[in-house]
Design a binder for this molecule. Structure first.
Ligand code: 8ZB
Length: 482
């Protein structure tokens, strides 16, 4: 399969669509024309893209949880609870793992077992098996904009059913829902499957229906250097825009050093505008900060502190929204009460900081300059490798290790770069491997890691990386030796 970033032809799209809708019986419930008529009647205040756009204009940070249970009525009850008791601005429907793997037979079993035992036997909402009518029951039951959140390498059928079901936003992308989520799926395949999702979104757009799209920013969520996640986010934004997507939210997972986190969100927004403009696309862009995606402390009160720090990073960086963790993060799927608690802790911090500008000093502008330079090095190399085609470039860049995501399961990812924290907790490159950084940038990273090693009276080593991975769950940011 040869990748190219060009807009899918109508013939190619509708030929693929026949097979997509045949993957599970509920596919036949999707009638595109009827679905568009249904979407058009959704009240404006429930349209995801509109609420995001307003928040951008007003400089607000919206709050959004993750949540999903297998059966319709409990799922509705959960979402309503998060809306009222949790004060959520935006709602999710988190999809279960079987659906993410296109294992609909097993998802069906999960639904039946959940019914029989009156207990959640799946870790999310199986939207494909539930079908268009059930999705509409869910999306109609709430007052807020609602989004499909998942982690699905091939999300074509899920997108068809989700959009027909009244969701006005859809998460994911051909890189960000492959490399961190799959071991054996070629990047060419997921890029093509996500071009389908973006083309479907484009069709809605061309019929006057605005749908928000959100590439998954945090990738593996484990010490991902901002330049790596920013480069992937910009590439996915470009791929989406080519297919006709008009409203994009680019994302970033909190690293934990406030200056770096603020610089990362600012540079992510600037770079997305820069490259969309460079290729001639007109899109509305917003940002999302994910509260810490790595290991959490077991202690719920310590977890609240991690949640609060992520909220502060989101508020001070003026991210358009923040995805909220819960005090149950170390345990698994949260109760609705714990979920609402995470939201309320976040709400308090966001509103306390909403009028407080971040100190814009030399350290912040230097951090921004570094991230912007690094990210441009990567993206420009991707463009060069693809002879100006960003899809082809992305495939070749993963082969060459020019794009390289730390700790990813995919065998199509080099997995050679090593991140570690510097003395101040910012995520740097202990080993940049094949990332196409300038000598000046490589020297910057080396000096930062050496500064830490010296302070800790130890040599630079892989042990630092391991110590950093576990640090936050053990109550620190930097994994210092004991
Ligand atoms: C990559 C995202 C992982 C995060 C949360 C995990 C983790 C997964 C559900 C959920 C609430 C669910 N997550 N599934 N949170 N309800 N069904 O996604 O806990 O934080």
């Amino acid at each position: 399969m040869d990748s190219n970033s060009k807009r899918l032809s109508e013939d190619a799209f509708f030929a693929a669509r026949k097979e997509v809708l045949a993957q599970w019986p509920t596919g036949s419930e999707v009638d595109l024309k009827e679905a568009m008529e249904y979407q058009r009647k959704i009240p404006t205040e429930k349209r995801f893209s509109r609420k995001m756009k307003r928040a951008v204009e007003r400089g607000e940070t919206l709050i959004q949880p993750r949540a999903g249970v297998p059966l319709i009525e409990p799922h509705v009850e959960l979402l309503r609870y998060l809306e009222t008791e949790g004060e959520a601005d935006l709602l999710p429907t988190t999809i279960d793992s079987y659906t993410r793997q296109n294992r609909y037979q097993e998802a069906q079993k999960g639904i039946e077992e959940s019914q029989a035992r009156q207990k959640a036997m799946l870790n999310g909402f199986p939207a494909v098996n539930q079908g268009v009518g059930s999705c509409r029951r869910v999306t109609e039951a709430v007052k807020s904009p609602i989004q499909v959140r998942h982690g699905t390498p091939d999300a074509r059928l899920l997108a068809e059913i989700g959009l027909a079901g009244g969701f006005t936003s859809f998460e994911g992308g051909g890189i960000s829902y492959n490399i961190p989520y799959a071991k054996n799926v070629p990047i060419e395949k997921t890029i093509a499957d996500w071009q389908y999702v973006d083309r479907l979104t484009g069709l809605y757009e061309e019929n006057g229906i605005s749908i928000n799209r959100e590439p998954f920013g945090p990738l593996t969520g484990t010490l991902v250097p901002p330049c790596v996640s920013n480069a992937v986010a910009v590439i996915e934004a470009l791929l989406a825009a080519e297919q006709g997507v008009k409203n994009i939210t680019v994302g970033y997972g909190q690293c934990g050093n406030l200056t770096q986190d603020v610089a990362a969100i600012h540079s992510l927004l600037a770079l997305t505008h820069e490259y969309l403009g460079h290729f001639g696309y007109a899109c509305e862009v917003s940002t999302v900060l994910h509260q810490w995606m790595g290991g959490f402390p077991q202690d719920e009160f310590k977890a609240f502190s991690v949640i609060a720090w992520g909220s502060a990073a989101a508020a001070l960086s003026k991210a358009t929204k923040v995805i909220v963790k819960t005090p149950h993060e170390a345990m698994g799927v949260p109760t609705k009460e714990a979920n609402a608690q995470g939201l309320r802790a976040t709400r308090q911090m966001i509103s306390m900081l909403s009028d407080q500008p971040v100190e814009s000093g030399d350290t912040l502008s230097e951090e921004k300059r570094i991230i912007i330079e690094e990210t441009r090095c990567i993206i420009n190399k991707v463009i060069e490798l693809g002879d100006n085609d960003i899809a082809l470039g992305a495939v070749r860049a993963f082969e060459a290790g020019v794009l390289d995501v730390p700790f990813a399961p995919s065998r199509f990812n080099a997995g050679k770069i090593l991140p570690a924290r510097d003395h101040y907790g910012a995520v740097r490159l202990l080993d940049p491997a094949s990332l196409p950084l300038t000598d000046e940038l490589k020297a910057f990273h080396r000096a930062k890691i050496e500064e830490r090693a010296k302070a800790e009276k130890r040599a630079v080593s892989f042990q630092m990386v391991i110590d950093d991975i576990y640090a936050i769950s053990k109550g620190r940011l930097v994994g210092r030796p004991r």
